[in-house]
Design a binder for this molecule. Structure first.
Ligand code: LLP
Length: 420
């Protein structure tokens, strides 16, 4: 396709050049309709049995986006006290938050216990610590409920760094250690209310996930009276959409998942609440970054388009070699892809690895153009930094009625100074 932003009317009739002029660049721009559409789709993955999709907020914790998740009726996963506080601020009640930390000290577990938030423990030692916290706080036995994260033995993801299941990962409790879970729960009178897993992030083929669900449900049979079973997140999105990459096959996935659940429910004798933990799927496609081309050059035969979208703004390309499609806008209009020329789209950070798009075939860019980077709603702003003492970008939302609303102001140098 020539342009995703034109195809979906991403700016809802607003001129991106005007938005960039008003709010400055680099700028994260979100589209509310796309956000709600993806959140709705993940909430329909299981319809035959009790099910909730837990949006994994690490992908994007902007409070305005969390409020939309709240309105869409989906629950959330949090990985830290900070993420829980963001959820409270957005209006989430405690029973719609699932806390899945790893390697935390007692203070975070005590925080969750005091707020009555269901917590999953990622190792035997963390489970033991949770038991000790219950003792210290004199939590009554009926409230000593928690979950455990099991390593499903299967992993998948868009690159090695985001695979979280299988033999080579720090996450979860190995299947062979399950007997020790029961020793610890007996010692502290804990009840395992749920079990969770997560195989990794950003896969497009549902098969490894379905294999992991099958394994996991076999493991689940060892746990009596589970209230919930959480299969994790990881559903990918088409980052190569300009090359017509297809969406994650949600409908096909749903059809293949159902008989696996049927089989389990029959053996278990009842259907607990099933859960998933999608982060990227909910938010990635709902955002683009607008950045300004400030200089172009040719270095030893290589063309560079130098923008204000450095690795401080979007770290995924330099961290994982991730691909993000780039559209080029001049005077608010998308340039045609009829004539493409190989260019390197780079940022303004003092690192050779500060490359957003390497040797990419794009319309020839010139100073003053806008680079529009697609699919930046997940792990975009949430992983940005102030490296080189560059304040963090602002965020705006194109609301469903086409208005442009600022949902995070641009950070200032004074904000950076405040900590000293
Ligand atoms: N649940 C757990 C326990 C997780 O660790 C993660 C992601 C998720 C759910 C959500 O996964 P998702 O549906 O978003 O794939 N920064 C990387 C991705 C790291 C994901 C870490 N865990 C990236 O930009 O690709």
């Amino acid at each position: 396709m020539n342009s995703f932003i034109e195809n979906v009317n991403f700016f809802e009739g607003n001129n991106p050049e005007k938005i960039a002029a008003e709010y400055g660049t680099p700028l994260y721009v979100y589209n509310e309709k796309i956000l709600r559409d993806r959140m709705h789709k993940v909430s329909q993955v299981i319809t035959k049995y009790p099910y909730t999709a837990n949006y994994s907020v690490k992908a994007n914790t902007n409070i305005h986006i969390l409020k939309i998740a709240l309105e869409e009726g989906i629950n959330c996963d949090a990985m830290s006290v900070g993420e829980i506080e963001m959820l409270f601020k957005a209006g989430f009640p405690k029973d719609r938050i699932f806390f899945i930390p790893n390697n935390v000290d007692a203070s975070e577990l005590i925080y969750a216990l005091k707020h009555g938030i269901m917590t999953s423990l990622d190792s035997l030692e963390q489970l033991e610590l949770f038991g000790e916290c219950c003792e210290d706080l004199k939590i009554p036995a009926e409230k000593r409920q928690c979950a455990v994260r099991i390593n499903p033995g299967v992993g998948a993801g868009h690159c090695e760094k985001v695979v979280t299941g299988g033999k080579k990962t720090k996450f979860g409790i190995a299947e062979e250690d399950i007997p020790q879970i029961f020793e610890i729960t007996a010692k502290y009178s804990l009840t395992i209310a749920g079990i969770n897993q997560h195989i990794g992030s950003g896969f497009m083929d549902p098969q490894p996930y379905l294999d992991a669900v099958t394994n996991f449900l076999q493991i689940a049979l060892q746990f009596k009276e589970l209230k919930f079973i959480d299969f994790g997140g990881g559903y990918g999105i088409p980052y190569h959409k300009l090359d017509d990459e297809k969406d994650y096959p949600m409908e096909d996935f749903k059809k293949r998942l159902e008989p696996i659940l049927d089989n389990f429910v029959e053996k278990y004798g009842s259907a607990p609440m099933f859960k998933s933990e999608p982060g990227r799927y909910c938010v990635a496609e709902s955002s683009v970054i607008l950045g300004r081309v400030h200089a172009t050059k040719q270095n030893n035969g290589h063309l560079y388009a130098g923008t204000d979208i450095g690795m401080n703004v979007l770290v995924r390309p330099s961290m994982y070699d991730s691909w993000h499609d780039v559209e080029v806008l001049r005077d608010g209009k998308v340039l045609s892809r009829d004539e493409l020329i190989e260019q390197n789209v780079v940022g303004n950070i003092c690192e050779s690895g500060d490359i957003l798009a390497k040797e990419r075939k794009l319309p020839k860019m010139q100073r003053g153009d806008l680079a529009c980077i697609l699919d930046t709603g997940a792990y975009g702003w949430s992983m940005c930094s102030t490296y080189n003492s560059r304040p963090r970008a602002a965020e705006v939302l194109i609301t469903k009625d086409g208005k442009v609303k600022q949902i995070r102001r641009r950070e200032t140098i004074n904000d950076l100074m405040r900590l000293f």
